[in-house]
Design a protein around this ligand. Sequence first.
Ligand SMILES: [Fe+2]
Ligand SMILES: [Fe+2]
Length: 162
Amino acid sequence: MGERGKEITAEKAEKVVESLRAMFAYEWLEIYYFLTASWRMTDFAGKRVAKFFREEGLQDLKSVEKIAKRILELGGELPLNFDEVVSIASQHYPHNLPERDNTIGHLEQILKFERQEIAFLQSLCSETFGKDDVSFMLFSELLQDEVGDEHKWQQLLKKEGG
Ligand SMILES: [Fe+2]
Ligand SMILES: [Fe+2]
């Protein structure tokens, strides 16, 4: 990062890096759950929903990449092994996926996960607002995506009879 870029974030960079790393871990776990769920959901109703899970898992890969770039830009480090990712994210993620043919259960779990994510991103936005504009923009972009996703899952759950 250039001099001026550093100047505008220097004081609070450490705290912001910590938040970015939490979000980084969160997104990775989300990718894991979305894709694993999509591969397991093979019955008729499951297949209908699985493609949306897969889409979102792949979409989140883009988010995780943006977060990684910002962490490195701020002079932070990415978790160097997956245990660290799991331990950072463990407060947030659901511990087990539902039974394979429980499509409603999958949707309910993902919806819960998205809602936690929205609350978490909201707190990261407030934390960085007026302090680190670049990270703030990133968190608010992610927040906007997740708000849209929540709506989508809610609609899908209703459509599937949940
Ligand atoms: Fe996400
Ligand atoms: Fe999400």
